[in-house]
Design a protein around this ligand. Structure first.
Ligand code: AHG
Ligand code: MN
Ligand code: MN
Length: 340
């Protein structure tokens, strides 16, 4: 029986960078580059986690920048910091040519990298920004795309591709612990940051979302603005007695709960905004990739998220994501075959 010291060492060497190589099953240049890319994404996450943990003590860390981002939303200083952390973490690495971000109208181009890599990284650098001032969980969401060969780079049309083509996707959850969850298309795996090592250490392999869960997660404050079908699902959930409501205001935190415990998260469209609030390329697509990899489902209500052919980098989509059976109940309410 290995000693506790040996077990501790065996645990601590299962770092994110090594796990990526295991996922590729090789030590090729491509595998090494992807391992290095995940390490740089993790570095950005560590910088963001560190600043969040001290934000209340750092002058100018909190509050708003006074700018309105491309989404028409008031930008938090932490949004801007997180965006800069991702850009700086990827500069001078040769790993990523373009960075698409919720916080930037046009992608950042990293010219020193473009001769070595054509990859694009798409990020929501800080998700759940409204939670920052209240010291509640927030996250970062990322997606990796290989530009389409047969589409022009002009206007970034070569990035407008269905989420099913993502090479990798994941998120970092800044909660009681800092966790990184990712997939390169071979299952979903989670890592916990050990601040004393500065490493993300494997904490759960091959996460499978339960076929059914008891959680439904959405902002019921918009109830009167939703379609009859969504309102009927809420009435159904209220009357079922087996559902419980959980909603944190951070998609990453709410999705993480659904991934581990099962259930369904919804951000539906409204009559005024039928496309909803969440962005396809760097919120819905990466989480839909993870959900399907874990045996779950992600849909707009009429179309699988991963099949959508995007028309613009910042387009929004309605999102219904989670356990197969729970999403099925939502869809049956939408089509009228299930009534409260
Ligand atoms: P972001 O902070 O990146 O703009 O994302 C916020 C999103 C998502 O994280 C969250 O679930 C949702 O917006 C909350 O929206 P409401 O406040 O409208 O519920
Ligand atoms: Mn977000
Ligand atoms: Mn954001």
């Amino acid at each position: 029986m290995p000693s506790s010291a040996e077990r501790e060492i065996a645990r601590d060497v299962l770092t994110l960078s090594r796990h990526v190589l295991q996922q590729f099953g090789s030590f090729t240049a491509e595998a090494q580059d992807f391992s290095a890319l995940m390490n740089r994404i993790a570095l950005a996450g560590k910088m963001i986690a560190r600043r969040l943990s001290q934000a209340g003590l750092i002058e100018g860390a909190l509050g708003v920048t006074g700018n309105v981002n491309v989404q028409g939303e008031e930008q938090q200083r932490m949004d801007e910091y997180a965006n800069r952390a991702f850009i700086r973490a990827l500069e001078q690495t040769g790993l990523v040519c373009r960075l698409v971000s919720e916080e930037m109208k046009t992608p950042a181009r990293l010219p020193e990298n473009c001769s070595l890599s054509r990859l694009a990284l798409l990020v929501d650098p800080l998700d759940g920004s409204s939670n920052i001032e209240a010291n509640l969980s927030v996250g970062s969401i990322f997606s990796v795309l290989q530009p389409l060969e047969d589409r022009p780079e002009a206007d970034h049309q070569d990035l407008l591709q269905p989420g099913r083509r993502q090479l990798a996707a994941g998120y970092i959850l800044y909660g009681p612990s800092t966790q990184l969850v990712y997939s390169v298309g071979k299952g979903v795996h989670s890592f916990t940051l050990d601040p004393s090592l500065g490493e993300f250490i494997l904490s759960q392999s091959d996460i499978r979302i339960p076929e059914r869960g008891s959680v439904y997660s959405l902002n019921e404050g918009y109830f009167c603005q939703w379609s009859e079908g969504i309102q009927n699902f809420i009435r159904y959930a209220h009357r079922q007695g087996s559902y419980t409501s959980r909603y944190s205001g951070a998609l990453v935190a709410d999705f993480h709960r659904i991934l581990l415990q099962g259930g369904v998260y919804l951000y539906p469209g409204t009559r005024q905004k039928p496309e909803g609030k969440l962005r396809l390329m760097y919120e819905a697509n990466p989480l839909a990739f993870l959900a399907e990899q874990a045996g779950g489902v992600a849909t707009t209500g009429t179309e699988a998220i991963l099949d959508i052919v995007p028309h613009s980098l910042h387009q929004r989509v309605p999102l219904i994501i989670g356990s197969r059976e729970n999403v099925e109940e939502v869809l049956r309410c939408l089509e009228g075959s299930l009534r409260p």
